[in-house]
Design a binder for this molecule. Structure first.
Ligand code: NAD
Length: 492
């Protein structure tokens, strides 16, 4: 890792101000995974900065114009925010490339999607309605949905801008205030987005972004008594720890954790289309996606044919400099992630799975300093192997042959995760039967992935709980108040 003089420096964003240094005086350096060089640094914030941000968010919640804004005005502000994000798309995308190693194309897609998320929730701000309830003839009983309060958002590094929008957009639409702790590997896009929020007119204190490590800043946010809810995305082991810390203050928690998605290819499927989707979902974004279709179950009668098609599809995927427009797949986001990915190649060899392609870093000398690894496929993988069961979070996929529908349902569900599942078939009965039988938060048939701002997204089992996106997420960011007025006429 090298340092250079032109390192971008950004402060934390607390109460509408840029705080250049943290109380401990340290900085977190962000390494560009395409070349291993430090390109940016941010303050190493801890409990003091988190407390300042939470206090600011709490004041904004109770005493600023924010709490008095009409819901439609809040929506208008978020709509303006979405427009400004679109205007600064290239700048945010460039930061994402240097921070996370996403290709420029993927980063631009993510920023475009983030703007769309803000648009959707801008429209929802004034449609968060309660109900009237016919409980008793003399009671006028109704419910109203109130903001939960100060939200703490804890983000992962694999899709920083998108994950920011998944949390900030609904939280603010519902009238909450928020403190965002981006991942230590990828803090810059959230800080850029904070700057844009000010321009959009979002009042100081309503949105705060505090970069820092998980076990210091992150944990301080989870423990803070004035934080009403934590929206977390990351590994399930981190979520398990956070849930224990959050228990002390009984705060609400939603956990969007990892996945090990089955991607099931029935013999009657459109095989070339399924192969393209399977290759894309296993290898694009350098395999760093929670919805990665990394367990590719293929019906025995089309097994050999499908693996050939998969190899042809994967051959077209170009690994290279994420800034090169011809690149499909950039580097792993960090040296640690590269080492983890390569360790699973060794594990798969030890488990006697058959390597079909990849399994190593690319040969090009220009890529030698970056954290690159080739798309990798192992065939004839046992469903009980570590490769088939554990989240690699890199471009290493397993083909697991199966005989029939019943076998594949059992095998697919035999895993600790349950985030997404993919299915390719032309048979409607199979599609709906398996849609019911597969244990995951989202089942995508003849399309993969199918993520959309209007569709609830989240896991079962160790993939977490709570839902993001769509109308469903508003349950996470509002609490229902019941009001009963006795309207009995005292004079009667
Ligand atoms: P991670 O769990 O290591 O870190 C996630 C965040 O938690 C980071 O901001 C980190 O600083 C923070 N954190 C770590 N320890 C903490 C603590 N003790 N207290 C509070 N915060 C703490 O995960 P990651 O490596 O950044 O992200 C990759 C994981 O995220 C993968 O498992 C992936 O599948 C998952 N993911 C899930 C979704 C989804 O929507 N379900 C989306 C993207 C990524």
């Amino acid at each position: 890792m090298h340092s250079s003089d032109d390192v971008l420096t950004r402060g934390a964003f607390i109460d509408g101000e840029w705080i250049a240094r943290s109380e401990n005086g340290g900085f977190i350096e962000s390494v560009n995974p395409a070349n291993g060089r430090v390109w940016a640094k941010v303050p190493d914030s801890g409990a003091a900065e988190i407390d300042a941000a939470v206090q600011a968010a709490d004041r904004a919640l109770h005493h600023s114009n924010w709490s008095r804004l009409a819901a439609s005005e809040r929506g208008a502000m978020l709509y303006r925010y979405s427009q400004l994000i679109t205007e600064r798309r290239d700048e945010i995308a460039a930061a994402e490339v240097s921070d996370a190693g996403l290709t420029l194309a993927d980063a631009r897609t993510d920023v475009g999607a983030a703007a769309a998320w803000f648009r959707y929730f801008a429209g929802l701000a004034d449609k968060i309605e309660g109900t009237t309830v016919p409980a008793k003839p003399d009671w006028h009983a109704y419910t109203m949905r109130e903001p939960v309060g100060v939200v703490g958002a804890i983000l992962p590094w694999n899709a920083p801008t998108l994950m920011y929008s998944w949390k900030v957009a609904p939280a603010l639409a519902a009238g909450n205030t928020i403190v965002v702790k981006p991942a230590e590997l990828t803090p810059i896009s959230a800080l850029l987005l904070a700057e844009i929020a000010l321009e959009a007119g979002i009042p100081p204190g309503v949105l705060n972004v505090v970069p820092g490590y998980g076990n210091t800043a992150g944990e301080a946010l989870v423990a803070h008594p004035k934080v009403a809810k934590i929206a977390f995305t990351g590994e399930h082991r981190t979520a398990q720890h956070i849930a224990k810390v959050a228990a002390d203050t009984l705060k609400r928690l939603s956990c969007e954790c990892g996945g090990k998605a089955p991607h099931i290819i029935m013999a009657d499927a459109n095989l070339p289309k399924a192969a393209n989707a399977a290759a894309s979902s296993a290898f694009r974004r350098a395999g760093q996606s929670c919805a990665l279709g990394s367990r590719i179950f293929v019906q025995e009668t089309v097994h050999a044919e499908f693996v050939d098609l998969l190899a042809q599809a994967a051959e077209k995927i170009r690994v290279g400099d994420p800034l090169d427009p011809d690149t499909d797949v950039g580097p792993q986001a960090s040296q640690a992630q590269l080492s983890k990915t390569l360790s699973y190649v060794d594990i798969a060899h030890e488990e006697k799975s058959d390597l079909v392609f990849g399994g190593r870093k690319p040969d090009e000398p220009a890529l030698a300093d970056g954290f690159y690894v080739l798309p990798t496929l192992f065939d004839n993988v046992g469903n009980d192997t570590r490769l088939a069961q554990e989240e690699v979070f890199g471009p290493v996929a397993a083909v697991i042959p199966f005989a029939g529908e019943k076998d594949v349902i059992e095998a697919a569900n035999n895993v600790i995760y349950g985030l997404t599942a993919g299915l390719w078939t032309r048979d409607l009965g199979t599609a709906h039967r398996m849609g019911r039988a597969l244990k995951a938060g989202s089942i995508w048939t003849n399309v993969y992935p199918a993520v959309h701002w209007s569709l609830p997204y989240g896991g079962v089992k160790l993939s977490g709980y709570g839902r993001e996106n769509g109308l469903a997420v508003m349950n996470e960011y509002t609490s229902t108040k019941t009001v009963v007025v006795n309207i009995e006429d005292d004079d009667e």
